[in-house]
Design a protein around this ligand. Structure first.
Ligand SMILES: [Zn+2]
Length: 97
């Protein structure tokens, strides 16, 4: 919606992402998708939030106009991290001896 004349504007002419430098309480990173909207009636331009993406843990949440969409991701990266941790422990023990 145009804040000046009330004309309905659906699609932003330009979008970009803002990534929050700190994770939230659940350890997720919030990516805010910003957009520039342009009114074809009065030519007014304004900035607004297009959607918000919360990524981290085992799911990705996408917050948009149609509500929140939750996408479950495979916990594959967790298994890989566990293997790397074991390898590091073994290496440290060898150095101490
Ligand atoms: Zn307008």
């Amino acid at each position: 919606m145009c804040p000046t004349c009330g004309n309905k504007v659906d699609k932003p002419t330009k979008t970009w992402q803002l990534v929050a430098p700190l994770p939230d309480a659940q350890g997720r990173i919030t990516i805010t998708v910003m957009g520039v909207y342009e009114c074809d009636k009065c030519g007014n331009r304004w900035k607004g939030v297009v959607s918000k993406i919360k990524a981290g843990g085992t799911s990705v949440e996408v917050e948009g106009k149609k509500g929140t969409k939750k996408i479950e991701t495979a916990p594959r990266s967790k298994d890989e991290g566990y293997v790397i941790e074991l390898n590091l422990e073994e290496g440290e023990e060898d150095e101490e001896e």
